[in-house]
Write a protein that binds this ligand. Sequence first.
Ligand code: ZN
Length: 385
Amino acid sequence: MAAVSAHEFFVPAGIFYGAGALGRLGGEAAALGRRALLVSGRGALERAGLLGEIAKALRGAGVETVPFPGVEPDPSIETVDAGGRAAVDGRCDLVVAAGGGSALDAGKAIAAMATNPGSVRDFLEGRELSERPLPFIAVPTTAGTGSEATRNAVITNRQAGSKRSIRHRMLVPRVAIVDPALTLPLPPDITAFTGMDALAQLLEPYVSRRCTPLTDALALDGMALVGRSLARAVANGGDIGARADMSLASLLGGMALANAGLGAAHALSHPLGARFGIPHGRACAILLPHVMAFNLPAAREKYGRAAAALGADTAGLSPDDAARAAVERVRRLAEGIGITGGLSRFGVRDGDLPGIAREARGSSLDANPIAAAERDLTALLEKAL
Ligand SMILES: [Zn+2]
């Protein structure tokens, strides 16, 4: 008799996506609160003046805004704690974050810290949220992190040089507004890095130990979108069709990872980001083909389907060759959008590898389809140097 098991699946209560979705922000915000802490970063959104448009949309719907701008890439414990205080001092009953993954993750954690006493540090170290966070609306302006659909926020401990997640089902954003027009100002390199993060966040959940039929369906469709549109979005940032595909792929990846977890590429990307400053998507792009090659014995059939989704002609190939075609496809996709070279160009040396491998632990590593010991990870990192 076939085994039947129950699965869980969490997503935002409201998802508005596609060109023009931003038009729904004001009404959705007004339904959730009167005063919004408006969290934003330092990226293309601000330079393009889109933040003003977002604030105007909120005010137009009768929602006052308390600005909390300037969230740094890889937001720190201090930034999140300051944001929590700003929300309390500003008497905010809602948090809206607009920006890349850093601004969204900060906003998500700030919404929790506005209602839960203490520092976010406590929650990174394992304390459970006891109070429901303020309602949180995520407005992504990059296509890759999927943070608009996930139940975790990655926060950096600068003193310890480590990145960790605060994670809880109550952290899933109440509403996600995914408007690809907001990604039009992104330069080619950020488009490339975030796009490869989206791909990693589809491929890793797809072969995760915690994958489910729902996450598989999302992941496979998302890969097809990346396969047909990432290179186009990098080559021509104004291609709204390609941008729409990538925004949707990122959203699908977020939903997949929130419910199936990730894998070794993400587990290794965190120490590489915290210690060597390698942008997250770039680290994922460098690691992904090597992690796939390592995982291949446990994921043959699925990699074969991934290869086809990514546009490879797998007709007539053996299962092994079809799986290898997926690895090759990912490698070539990254190269084709200008992501070349390995970890050594960021100052990572042979002697650093065992330490990085040791720090790569936690739920992402646990979800990897093959249990990876420290020596496996060190060998894998050597290939990615
Ligand atoms: Zn990622």
